[in-house]
Design a protein around this ligand. Structure first.
Ligand SMILES: [Fe+2]
Length: 275
């Protein structure tokens, strides 16, 4: 699968990682797509001091088993405190094993070593506004040099992918036909929203995407779209008005699944240069 292979997106992640290190990244805070917790207003934060990695289909273990994960226990505690102060029922989870949606990206971004990283869960109700507010709650971490990442997908419907080339030839990038109309349509709307809205307008436009007529075609389940809500919260404050997202890379796989890589904001804006 894409997270394990060379791709334009993987090259871009490496570039982001290099840039983060060059700017003295203090830590990484990530919301993925595969970990959700149950209960109204609940959110969990990874506090496992020695997290294992859950295995991933279609990626050879040699690509990830030896990579050392570095959990940011201090940062996790900060996240719990900030989220609690904003009314979330937030708690640490010291048993959580990291999942490929986050660790495979860290491996690509930081092949020389993982910076201190905190993983945030989703809430299983998949409320877009809830996840946007999680991002808003943690937005100020950016000013301290934390990199906030949401990892999911612009178009991600496993039921509508073309699996045959993957299963027969291990070729996830094969496109025997173009992506279907519903996938192209929704992918374009995601790009339009992120590149043409900023500040609180971005938050409103992102959450509104879940009412898009093609949303359910593009996402059979809501889990892979929640991270985009988190990002809109984290990069959609009043102070972010005028800072538009940029589409920096994109990789389609399994014909209909679109992985678009957006960046909102930059280091020079959010992190004061070191004296
Ligand atoms: Fe996934």
């Amino acid at each position: 699968m894409m997270l394990g292979e060379e791709s334009e997106s993987a090259d871009y992640w490496k570039k982001c990682g290099d840039e983060a290190l060059a700017n003295g990244v203090k830590g990484v805070v990530m919301m993925g797509a595969h970990w959700d917790c149950v209960g109204p207003s609940k959110i969990e934060v990874s506090t496992n001091p020695n997290p294992g990695k859950s295995p991933v289909a279609y990626v050879h273990p040699s690509k990830y088993v030896d990579y050392k994960l570095v959990p940011d226990l201090e940062g996790a505690q900060r996240c719990v405190s900030m989220l609690s102060a904003d009314g979330f029922i937030a708690s640490g989870n010291d048993k959580f094993e990291w999942i490929h949606d986050t660790y495979l990206i860290l491996i690509r971004m930081f092949p020389g070593g993982c910076p201190p990283t905190t993983i945030l869960s989703l809430n299983s109700r998949f409320d877009p506004h809830f996840h946007m507010k999680v991002g808003a709650s943690l937005r100020s971490l950016r000013d301290e040099g934390y990199l906030l990442i949401g990892t999911g997908g612009a178009v991600h419907n496993l039921y509508r992918n073309r699996w045959a080339p993957m299963i027969k030839y291990s070729d996830n990038f094969a496109q025997e036909t173009p992506p279907e109309e519903w996938a192209m349509e929704f992918r374009q709307s995601v790009e339009d929203v992120i590149t043409n809205n900023s500040g609180p307008e971005l938050r409103r436009a992102m959450t509104r995407l879940m009412k898009h007529p093609r949303f359910r075609d593009a996402h059979a389940t809501d889990d892979h779209f929640m991270a985009a809500m988190f990002v809109s919260g984290a990069a959609g404050g009043e102070e972010d008005t005028g800072t538009y997202g940029q589409l920096k890379a994109e990789t389609w796989e399994l014909t209909n699944m679109c992985n678009s890589q957006f960046t909102i904001g930059g280091w020079s804006r959010t992190v004061p240069a070191a004296a």
